[in-house]
Design a binder for this molecule. Structure first.
Ligand code: ZN
Length: 346
């Protein structure tokens, strides 16, 4: 029997976490537009009609285009209060989607004004996140990310900086960027940084199986010691890697709309989430870059429910994976999982 589709309200209220969200994809376009104004770049010169900065974010269709846009847009953000506002708004949207906790990926290479003053950047984000927690009850953790095109020593340097700062808001080391660039195995280059992070007690998450195939997923697990895989969907191209992910219980942070927008899958109906779950792989739902795709977390649950006729059981299971795999502290995770149990049994 086909289960009844859960209502929009049920989905919004479902206790959940978001574990795959980039700060870079949370910069409001209006802020980008305003940031161009002081240099006179917001509008066209006199006599020309079209503004140089479009009224809406650009239409992104692939990963390299996305990364280029992020370098440009985040490069305009140079004030601490801008970072604070971006961070605070993440907690507001989380609240609206029923997310009690958010892990936020931050890649310093996209933020030239802050890359070499990470303490100031994290302090500014922390101020916004603290205010957000006070107002909305949403907890958050930062996952500071290496970019795939960085060197071994740059990656180690980033870890050393994080260990020196020992900021309580930073929970994890992450890696993202385009894995399709370059033929050499990128993962072996970053293994020492991840090992140092692990040794120091930082959690580890890695983008793989999006712009890389199943081998990228295997390496993220075996060489980087990733506890979670961001995307990971292409593990299905190799039955052995699929079995490895399932056997280790490594959760995949699935971002359905992002996968469609960036052309990783043709459309939502062809998204492999059903095959992944049927292969006993733990999957959570996430937005990746919500403001660029004009989506929110609850909306992703709705779209997936509709596409695959998922009922409350399936959505509850994916919410559970998100909560189990988030980097909130133990007490908080326990509390949120209890909320989920109560919600599902009530
Ligand atoms: Zn991502």
């Amino acid at each position: 029997m086909t289960p009844l589709l859960p209502t929009e309200e049920w989905i919004r209220e479902l206790p959940k976490a978001e574990v795959h969200l980039h700060l870079e994809g949370c910069v409001p376009h209006e802020m980008v537009r305003r940031a161009t104004a002081p240099a006179g770049r917001a509008t066209a010169p006199a006599g020309r009609a079209a503004p140089l900065v479009p009224a809406a974010p650009p239409t992104i269709t692939n990963l390299s285009q996305l990364l280029t846009y992020l370098d440009w847009s985040c490069g305009l953000i140079d004030q601490a209060d801008q970072l604070e506002q971006i961070a605070y708004a993440i907690t507001t949207r989380a609240k609206h989607s029923g997310a009690g906790h958010v892990d936020i990926i931050v890649n310093p290479t996209h933020w030239p004004h802050w890359q070499h003053d990470l303490k100031a950047m994290i302090d500014a984000l922390d101020a916004g996140l603290r205010a957000g927690q006070a107002d909305h009850g949403t907890t958050t953790a930062l996952c500071i990310s290496i970019k795939r095109n960085q060197t071994r020593s740059e990656a180690l340097e980033l870890v050393d900086t994080l260990l020196e700062l020992a900021h309580p808001r930073v929970a994890a080391l992450s890696i993202d960027g385009n894995e399709a660039n370059g033929a050499e195995s990128h993962n072996s280059r970053f293994a020492p940084a991840f090992e140092r992070a692990r040794h120091a007690g930082l959690r580890r998450t890695a983008h793989a199986g999006e712009s890389s195939g199943p081998e990228g997923v295997r390496e993220a697990i075996e060489l980087l010691g990733a506890e979670r895989i961001d995307h990971g969907i292409r593990c299905l191209e190799d039955p052995q890697v699929t079995a490895l992910v399932a056997a280790r219980g490594i959760p995949l942070d699935i971002c359905p709309t992002s996968n469609v927008v960036l052309g990783v899958v043709r459309d939502l109906a062809n998204h492999p989430i059903k095959q992944l779950r049927a292969s006993n792989i733990r999957c959570s739902l996430n937005t990746d870059d919500p403001l660029l795709y004009d989506i929110d977390l609850a909306g992703e649950y709705e779209r997936v429910a509709e596409a695959f006729h998922y009922g409350t059981d399936e959505l509850g299971e994916m919410a559970r994976v998100g909560l189990e795999s988030c980097f909130a502290d133990e007490d908080r995770r326990f509390t949120l999982l209890k909320h989920l149990d109560d919600y599902l049994s009530g």
